[in-house]
Ligand binder design. Structure first.
Ligand code: 7TS
Length: 414
């Protein structure tokens, strides 16, 4: 059964807004998603009805806030099939989640001469933290190469790199540039066989498909609420309980301790030992209804809808002269998320985005925070990118195609 996009759209107030005098067509979902009123109202309700700090108040609204914060975590835990909320650490975003893993697990476990393996299609957030750690520790950073299509990982390269026995394999689940869905379950299986831990960057997968951290057998999994209908300022570091138990806290202060004397302290239980200071309570509370929303529509149905839209867009673009689409083609839809990076011969991506903007269409242009991939592997200085979500429609793809025609006309391209 398809999803009822018309009905879904009514839940997103911004989708009836205008941009530059035109109805807003929002095709920048890989950057951040829009928010349904259920999320906006939950935040409003917290601030207007039970705003209080958590884990300390002995009064009703503080208890209510604590409960709502914990409920939100329980929803996330269930949604990604973590064992319990003990495995769900709230961070600000995916970037902070990966940095937390690097600065705590990495700090304790990566030694001089050790190897860390990542891929050529990583977002800077899953590259720079490992560069920093490698530099600090004298470790070696290795890369799983792209295959000759420049769209998928070269599994032979993965096999070869694993022979070098990396301590960690950190890999994106879905590329924010190519849209490629990596077989992280298979990668984790291979990595574990060689004794490596596995971190999955789920920033672009968690919003769009069913994620089961146990099935993947990820040791770490990072995601951002703001890309999955939730508020900004909330992200998740999932890690297996045993790993978190052996990790030291990164930040010290209130809430992360159990006891403190003048010279020492003991730490709070999981996951609180990683959440020092007052948390982003309002946005954590707003994340709960975002998860509810995704679960109600169903991740399988969302994925199916996006696959259909992606196919429609790829078909619409394939016959356009001088338009180049990056990533796997429509015959590989099962391996492709709803991200389409493209270029128009002779036109800079920023000019494309500017024409789109004048038509009320929001797309992203640039290196998409994956500079090595875009500039060195794809050989481009910048790409334009449209990315879809559950509320996008085919007629919005049509508008994007018309905007491309307009760009070509303005720049006198065939
Ligand atoms: N990992 C991947 C694969 C991403 O696509 C992003 C953000 C991040 C990590 C970082 O997420 P954050 O929430 O910590 O910022 N990607 C994009 C993008 O493609 N356009 O804007 C942000």
């Amino acid at each position: 059964m398809g999803i009822d996009v018309k009905r879904i759209r009514r839940d997103f107030p911004i989708l009836s807004a205008r941009m530059n005098g035109k109805p807003l067509v929002y095709l920048d979902n890989a950057a951040t998603s829009q928010k349904p009123r259920q999320v906006i109202e939950a935040i409003y309700k917290y601030y207007t009805q039970y705003n209080a700090n958590i884990h300390r108040g002995i009064y009703a609204i503080a208890e209510k806030a604590t409960q709502a914060y914990t409920d939100s975590k329980a929803k996330v835990a269930k949604h990604i099939n973590a064992s319990s909320i003990e495995e769900i650490v709230y961070t600000r975003n995916t970037t902070e989640a990966i940095n937390l893993a690097a600065l705590t697990w990495g700090e304790a476990n990566i030694k001089k001469g050790d190897r860390i393996l990542i891929s050529e299609m990583e977002h800077h957030s899953n590259m720079v933290p490992w560069q920093l750690l490698s530099m600090k520790k004298g470790a070696k950073l290795d890369y799983i190469k792209l295959d000759s299509s420049n769209s998928e990982l070269d599994m032979q390269s993965l096999g070869e790199q694993l022979e070098k026995k990396p301590k960690l394999v950190a890999i994106t689940h879905v590329s924010n540039v190519l849209g490629t869905i990596n077989d992280v379950k298979e990668i984790a299986k291979m990595a574990h066989k060689h004794g490596a831990k596995v971190l999955v960057d789920g920033a672009q997968s968690a919003p769009h498909m069913k994620v089961d951290v146990k099935d993947i057998d990820a040791d770490f999994f990072a995601l951002s609420a703001h890309k999955m209908l939730g508020p900004t300022g909330i992200g998740v570091l999932y890690a297996k309980r045993d790993i978190l138990e052996h990790m030291e806290p990164l930040i010290g202060g209130g809430d992360m301790i159990s006891t403190v004397d003048f010279y020492s302290c003991t730490w709070n239980s999981l996951p609180w030992k990683f959440e020092a200071g007052t948390s982003n309570i309002a946005d954590a509370i707003g994340f709960g209804p975002a998860i509810d929303y995704l679960d109600r529509v169903g991740m399988g149905s969302i994925r199916q809808h996006e696959e259909k839209l992606t196919k429609y867009a790829l078909e619409s673009l394939e016959d356009m002269k001088n338009v180049k689409v990056f990533g796997l083609g429509k015959e590989n839809l099962k391996k492709r998320g709803a991200v389409i990076s493209f270029g128009i011969k002779g036109v800079h991506a920023h000019d494309i985005a500017q024409v789109f903007d004048s038509e009320g269409i929001a797309i992203r242009a640039g290196h998409h925070c994956a500079m090595p991939l875009v500039t060195q592997r794809l050989g481009e200085s910048a790409l334009a990118r449209m990315s879809f979500y559950l509320y996008n429609e085919e007629k919005e793809v049509d508008k994007a195609v018309q905007a491309i025609e307009k760009v070509k006309k303005i720049f006198r391209i065939d």
